[in-house]
Design a protein around this ligand. Structure first.
Ligand code: UT7
Length: 335
């Protein structure tokens, strides 16, 4: 049977670094508050017009070069984002064109923080069913142009960063227990309101309500941070156990956890609950903030570059919870 292997990874962030001290100058916040509550020291925000597809294309180019593939060698592209360049078409189509492609199929997905997990499960299903041999999976976000940069939006704005990351995935025939061993994915739209940006809204008779101030809070993401925090701390261990059970392996077989980087304290609490040694959990939120769909592949890229994971036999656990709500865990074994 074909199994999915990770051939290479790539990442890209825009050049403009925004430190916590920079944010102190535009809103009532402090470096100390942000570091203590989230672990973030800086993030990257675009400072010239640029969409998720542009960041994604750069990350994809790095991944393609690492795999030794030309863009034409890819059979299928999956692009995950909550911040598409424009309302439609999806950023995946725009990115593919920027890579010089004009017929490769593209699937845009909207699973926010779990975009990589849903994308990986979809890529694996395409590979296992024979629908695709080589898949390019990209997560990209430009949050900064849609954030409320006044004190009103500080709880949300300080945590989000722009960036993209990509992985080249390929099907390889093997009977070994390798590749994507299990995915446990969930969604509960009953809690959609706990993290959302409401406008523009197609469900309205006019999706951009006339007469509304452009500064209306509904244009900006709102988040019930404490509720999501509690939900994450409760659900991430549960979904991890579900994935371990599906993969039929024990937690002791996990070499590294590469979690969604939403808040360092969430991942530390997860580690404590699971009784995992701190060295087994990868963090890079301090440099990038929360890059949503890009966060897990960006962390994976750095974990592999630092040789924390990636050797044949290494087993990695990906976990995430975010807007939707969506949450999940995936277990991947390198070969
Ligand atoms: O990836 C998407 C999924 N999202 C998440 O996983 C986010 C999960 N939630 C969180 O990461 C945290 O809830 C936050 C970082 C968003 C907030 O941290 P918290 O420890 O839950 O703070 P809080 O919302 O309970 O607010 C505590 C205080 C409040 O002031 P009062 O009412 O105690 O006077 C806030 O107004 O902190 C205040 N506050 C801030 N102060 C300075 C909120 N944001 C800020 C800020 N700077 N940026």
């Amino acid at each position: 049977m074909k199994k999915t292997t990770i051939r290479s990874t790539g990442m890209f962030v825009p050049p403009n670094v925004v430190t916590n001290h920079d944010l102190e100058k535009i809103m009532d916040t402090s470096d100390e508050w942000i570091r203590q509550r989230t672990g973030i020291r800086q993030r990257y925000w675009i400072n010239e017009e640029c969409g998720a597809s542009d960041l994604g294309a750069e990350a994809a180019r790095m991944a393609l070069a690492g795999a030794g593939w030309q863009p034409e060698d890819v059979d299928f592209i999956i692009f995950a984002t909550l911040s598409p360049d424009i309302m439609f078409p999806g950023s995946g189509c725009l990115m593919a064109a920027k890579l010089g492609l004009d017929k490769t199929p593209v699937l845009d997905i909207r699973q926010q923080c779990t975009g990589f997990l849903y994308g990986l499960a979809t890529a694996d299903a395409y590979i296992k069913s024979g629908l695709a041999g080589r898949v390019l999976l990209v997560g990209g976000e430009v949050h900064s142009s849609g954030l409320d940069k006044s004190t009103r939006g500080r709880d949300v704005t300080v945590i989000f960063g722009d960036g993209a990351a990509a992985v080249c995935l390929e099907g390889v025939q093997t009977d070994e227990k390798v590749g994507l061993l299990a995915s446990a994915l969930h969604a509960d739209g009953n809690h959609a309101g706990s993290l959302m940006a409401e406008l523009p809204a197609s469900r309205l008779l006019q999706r951009i309500p006339p007469g509304l101030s452009t500064d209306d809070p509904r244009y900006y993401p709102v988040m019930d941070g404490p509720a999501i925090f509690k939900k994450a701390v409760r659900m991430l261990p549960r979904v991890t156990n579900e994935a371990l059970e599906k993969a039929d392996i024990g937690l002791d077989e996990i070499d590294l956890v590469v979690p969604h980087q939403a808040n360092k304290r969430i991942n530390q609490a997860f580690g404590q609950f699971m009784k995992l040694d701190e060295s087994k959990i990868f963090h890079n939120i301090e440099k990038y903030g929360n890059t949503t769909a890009a966060s897990i592949p960006l962390a994976l890229h750095e974990a592999m570059a630092q040789e924390r994971v990636g050797k044949p036999g290494d087993t990695v656990l990906f976990v995430a919870l975010g807007a939707g709500l969506t949450w999940g865990a995936s277990i991947f074994r390198f070969f």
